[in-house]
Structure formats: structure tokens, C-alpha cells
Design a protein around this ligand. Structure first.
Ligand code: GLN
Length: 491
């Protein structure tokens, strides 16, 4: 029998390795699930998990082992793979809190399509992970249930908002954890924690069962240790869903790693190498560009002239949509209800007690930009900027031979910052998203890949780079990402 999975990520098996072992009966799903549950307990001080499913997960794993024994291996590509799910994604068991007091006791009557599809493929959900409330944040500090901390230094943030999912993978508890990404919440924590984080094209993965933040921006995707696991997770999660009319019927990619980058043109935006970046970020970008060039790629500088408006446009559009989506939390239909002498007083008290400060800030911002007089000046203007940002990317990656195949940028302007360092400065926090939000505004697929590390204040911290593809270009994106990962792997 194979030895049990170790406790550091380097020793933990990937999803592909686990499924292979379970499907060929080298090790049962129950043992992999038990390892994951033990691991979740060991990392309890990091506050990455809000719930673990213990007996339920073991029962699920046992059912997988029974199906394998009866010859169903071919139908279970993720047989026995323990996965963790961000707690703004609904499961029909346990609670789905979105990291908010408001939904502290909310039990969903259904399971999100993206999780359902992984369950159908044989995955075992071992727990729900912590997040910035309703997905609003870049540090993991905005959860009503306490901050998540990084496995790379107890003073450091793990990134956000899919903080717990990134920590779950980085610490080796699970090989796949689901996150959601509205403006960077899969890619940024993946970069801070040294993982791979994939945000699919808008419409690639059904949003049915996601607790909505910004409906025109939200996508669910995997955080994994390598690109191969992200690729298989995406292929299984993706596809049309009658319950989400924005989900696409386009064929789901079967990405295969390319053998070399010969003939591929990779664009680096002029704005990507910035004096504001931590030096390690500019180094990581150069390292990635050199590796691609040595492998035959042509590296070109590109202009994304409207990129400078991305943060402003995002922090108008996302709060506007959030203020509308969160209006359903009124103390009547869902979640928390406070007492009040009148209906109005009950609404106000329920919402004041239920939402944390960042969520209240976003609701106020969103309500303001949508209100009469401001709508034209702010919301409509942000939509125009959004269209121009998308057009810049479309031109940069034009399919007529003049464009590049992929775009390379840093994922974040620096490595993980310290807990509390930006908590009092909303603008500094929002600027963390400078390289990620434009991708959501344009609806493109992008993946963050580890690209070395930075020495910062005595901590050795991971740094990531982001590869962006054209709309529904996941096949090309992931094929090259896998090659780039090999080129950047430490010897
Ligand atoms: N950090 C960004 C925000 O706070 C992105 C969040 C996300 O992608 N969910 O809005």
C-alpha cells in the first residue's frame, strides 16, 4: 500500500494522482478523505475552514469505493478526490454563510451546479472554506468568522476573497478547492499562497448556486497545486446549465500541454512593469518572459490604453451590482432578523447587525452610483470604460494574425502583505486588484501561476504571474500555462 499523504504540500498527492490510485484500487477513497480531514484539523489555527464534513465525507468516500469495486471507475474521473468549497457556494447540506453574520444559519436547499458536477465525477467534499464577507476583500480579513492567516508566515494575509480555499490547497489539505472570482478572488490568494488559480471566461461555468456578488463579473473556478489539476477540474465544472442563462453552450476545452512555445506571441502590457510593483514582482515577470522566450515564444510589448481606468470602473460596477444583489437580505426572506418597532426599523437593524463594515461600504457606494443624478456621471461612465477595456484586450489578442496569442502580467503588485497593514485604507486594498479586475470586466479567462518567491521582512513569500487568454480561449491558455509552469518550476 502507498504511504499516507504527507502533511506538506510538496508531499501531498495531486487530484490526478489520487483519482488514479482510487480508480486502480491502490488506495481507497476513504483513506484519502481521512487524510484530508486530519489535515483540516492540523491547520485549524489558520482558520481556513468554517466547517468540515467528517462522517458525511467518509460516507461519500465509502460510496465511491463501493462504485469502484463494482466496476464504475470509467465514470469517475475524480474518484475519491477530496475537495474544499468556498462558503459562498451552496451545498444542500451544512450551512452556506458567505462569511457573513447575515447568513450564519442559512441552509441552502440545493447544491451549486459546479459542485454537483464534481460530485458526479467522484469528488468528495470535505469542508467549506472561509472568505471575505460576500467575496468582498483582498486579504481574508473581512470574514465575520475571523481572519484566515497564511501558511507562509503567521503575520501575513493569505489574500482574498477565496482565502480559505487557497490555504486549504497551499497547506496540502486538499488538491482542489473551489473559489469565486469577481475581481481577482481566485487568482490573488492563489498567488499569495503559491498555488495555481484559474478564473474561467464569463459564462464558462454555471453561476447557479453561487451567492451573487457582481453578477456580470462572478465566475467560480479551481485553486490547485498545478495546472493539470486546474484543467481537469475546469473541464468537469464547465458547460451549459439550464439554470443559468448566461452559461455558454460552447464546447468544453480538452486542454493538452503544448510541447514548446515556438511561434506563440505573448504580449506584456507596458503598464505591467511598474515602479509601484515590489521588485520581486518585476523580477518574476522578467523570469517568466525569459523562460517563454527561450522556449521559442515571441515577446512583444502591448498597449492596453484604458487599463488605467480598470480599478475605478470595477469599483463602480461591482458595488452597483452588489447593492442590487444584496437587497434581498432584508431580514424577511433570508437569514438574520433583528427586532424593530416598525417594518423600516426591522430592515435597518437587521442589515446593520448582519453586514460587516466593508459590505456596508460597498452597498452605500453602489446605491450612490445608481441613484438619480449620479447614474449618468458614474455608472454609465464605468460601463463605457468597461467596454473600452474589453476592446483593448480584443485588439491585443486579435485573431487576424496581428494580435498576440496570450497576455502576461503580474497577478498582484506585491507579495502577501501583513495582517492589518491595509485594513484601514480601502484605497490601498483596492489597488491590490490592479492586474486582476480588468480581466473580469472583459470576461476573459486567466490563470495565476507561481513564479518564484520574494524575501520580505524575513519571510520567504510566493509570487505569481498571470496569463490571460482570449474569450473562451481556455484551451490555448491552459495548454501554454502548463508549459510555462514546467519552465518556471524550481529545479
Ligand atoms: N478584491 C476584489 C473585491 O474586493 C475582488 C473580490 C472578488 O473577486 N470576489 O471586490
Amino acid at each position: 500500500m502507498t504511504p499516507p499523504a504527507g502533511s506538506s504540500p510538496g508531499e501531498s498527492p495531486t487530484a490526478i494522482e489520487i483519482a488514479d490510485a482510487v480508480r486502480h484500487k491502490r488506495r481507497p477513497a476513504v483513506e484519502f478523505t481521512q487524510d484530508a480531514l486530519d489535515h483540516i484539523r492540523e491547520i485549524a489555527p489558520l482558520n481556513a475552514f468554517l466547517d468540515d464534513f467528517g462522517e458525511r465525507a467518509l460516507d461519500q468516500a465509502h460510496a465511491i469505493d463501493t462504485r469502484i469495486a463494482s466496476g464504475e471507475a470509467d465514470r469517475l474521473p475524480l474518484a475519491g478526490v477530496p475537495i474544499a468549497v468556498k462558503d459562498n457556494i451552496c451545498l444542500e447540506w451544512g450551512r452556506t454563510t458567505a462569511g457573513s453574520r447575515f447568513l450564519e444559519d442559512y441552509e441552502s436547499p440545493f447544491t451549486a451546479t459546479c459542485v454537483r458536477r464534481l460530485l458526479d465525477a467522484g469528488a468528495v467534499v470535505v469542508g467549506k472554506t472561509n472568505l471575505d464577507e460576500f467575496g468582498m476583500g483582498s486579504s481574508g480579513e473581512n470574514s465575520a468568522f475571523g481572519a484566515t492567516t497564511s501558511p507562509h508566515g503567521s503575520e501575513r494575509v493569505p489574500g482574498g476573497s477565496s482565502s480559505g480555499s487557497a490555504v486549504a490547497v497551499a497547506s496540502g489539505a486538499v488538491p482542489i478547492a473551489l473559489g469565486t472570482d469577481t475581481g481577482g478572488s481566485i487568482r490573488q490568494p492563489a498567488a499569495f499562497c503559491g498555488c495555481v488559480g484559474l478564473k474561467p471566461s464569463y459564462g464558462r461555468v454555471s453561476r447557479y448556486g453561487l451567492i451573487a456578488f457582481g453578477s456580470s463579473l462572478d465566475q467560480a473556478g479551481p485553486i490547485t497545486r498545478d495546472v493539470a489539476d486546474a484543467t481537469i477540474a475546469l473541464r468537469l465544472m464547465a458547460g451549459e446549465d439550464p439554470r443559468d442563462m448566461t452559461s455558454s453552450a460552447r464546447a468544453v476545452p480538452e486542454a493538452v500541454p503544448v510541447e514548446s512555445c515556438r511561434g506563440v506571441r505573448v504580449g506584456i502590457p507596458r503598464s505591467a512593469r511598474s515602479a509601484h510593483n515590489h521588485p520581486s514582482v518585476n523580477d518574476a515577470l522578467s523570469r517568466a518572459a525569459d523562460a517563454l522566450e527561450n522556449d521559442g515564444a515571441e515577446i512583444v510589448e502591448i498597449d492596453l490604453p484604458h487599463q488605467e481606468h480598470a480599478i475605478a470602473a470595477y469599483y463602480v460596477v461591482a458595488p452597483a451590482e452588489a447593492s442590487s444583489n444584496l437587497s434581498r437580505y432584508d431580514g424577511v426572506r433570508y437569514g438574520r432578523r433583528a427586532e424593530g418597532a416598525t417594518l423600516e426599523a426591522m430592515y435597518v437593524r437587521s442589515r446593520t447587525e448582519g453586514f460587516g463594515p466593508e459590505v456596508r461600504r460597498r452597498i452605500m457606494l453602489g446605491t450612490q452610483v445608481l441613484s438619480g443624478g449620479y447614474e449618468r456621471a458614474m455608472y454609465m461612465k464605468a460601463l463605457k470604460a468597461r467596454r473600452l477595456i474589453k476592446r483593448d484586450f480584443d485588439r491585443a489578442m486579435a485573431e487576424d494574425g496581428s494580435g498576440c496569442s496570450l497576455v502576461l502580467t503580474p497577478t498582484t503588485p506585491g507579495p502577501a502583505f501583513r495582517i492589518g497593514e491595509k485594513a484601514g485604507d480601502a484605497m490601498a486594498m483596492y489597488l491590490q486588484d490592479i492586474y486582476t479586475v480588468s480581466v473580469n470586466l472583459a470576461g476573459l479567462p486567466a490563470v495565476s501561476i507561481p513564479a518564484g518567491s520574494a524575501e520580505d521582512g524575513g519571510d520567504e513569500l510566493p509570487v505569481g504571474v498571470q496569463l490571460v487568454g482570449p474569450t473562451f480561449g481556455e484551451e490555448r491558455l491552459l495548454g501554454h500555462a502548463q508549459r510555462m509552469e514546467t519552465l518556471l518550476a524550481p529545479d
